[in-house]
Write a protein that binds this ligand. Structure first.
Ligand SMILES: Cc1cc2nc3c(=O)[nH]c(=O)nc-3n(C[C@H](O)[C@H](O)[C@H](O)COP(=O)(O)O)c2cc1C
Length: 184
């Protein structure tokens, strides 16, 4: 049982609810590419495959994604931890992040934004609904093409808890037998 609870600052809710995995969002507009680190995303629907996420309006990526209506959501593993932090702590307005962080831009199939080769998986996204962008910086994307490495089956992903601290995905457990088939 969870005992000994005390008041917890509501502003730190992310410590427990921020979902992860941390992703890298790549974008392009008129030949300029960029990458940002992102933790605030959520799956909204399976078919069509919809993902919602927050891209703050102060970020350079906001302009590129807003103008192009596209991005790629790339899933890094712990092998890229320092790059993930570095990319999330500088602006593409003044630095070419592919160059600075030595990442490889690969052409996507359905969108102009590049895939990041070093990431475990890449999800090509088209902006589906921008009705919440003005008020919440919340973009709803449809994943139109996905690429994922076959191995490892469960990559070691990063999950941000705030204050510079990450959890790393760990032990895999299955309860498949307890699920109704329609829930799998
Ligand atoms: C672990 C981590 C998670 C982040 N999550 C988000 C996020 O979900 N949304 C967001 O707008 N910025 C997020 N950021 C901040 C951006 O990555 C950061 O502002 C970045 O410099 C933006 O780059 P840009 O200006 O080149 O687009 C995060 C940063 C880190 C380090």
């Amino acid at each position: 049982m969870a005992t000994g609870k005390s008041d917890f600052p509501v502003a730190n809710t992310r410590r427990y609810l921020e979902p992860g995995p941390i992703v890298l969002v790549s974008s392009v507009w008129r030949g300029e590419t960029n990458i940002m680190t992102m933790g605030w995303h959520t799956v909204l629907e399976f078919v069509p495959s919809l993902v919602g996420c927050v891209i703050a309006s102060g970020n350079h990526s906001f302009d590129l994604v807003r103008r192009s209506g596209e991005c790629v959501i790339n899933v890094p593993t712990t092998a890229l931890t320092n790059k993930v932090v570095g990319i999330g702590n500088c602006s593409g307005a003044s630095v070419d992040k592919f160059k600075k962080f030595r990442l490889t831009a690969e052409p996507a199939e359905e969108v102009g934004a590049p895939l990041i080769r070093e990431c475990h998986a890449n999800f090509e996204c088209k902006l589906k609904d921008d009705r919440l962008v003005e008020q919440y910086n919340f973009f709803i994307f449809e994943v139109v093409k996905a690429h994922a490495a076959r191995r490892p089956k469960y990559p070691q992903t990063l999950h941000y808890t705030g204050d510079g601290v990450f959890m790393v995905s760990g032990r895999i457990i299955s309860r498949k037998s307890l699920f109704r088939p329609g829930m799998l």
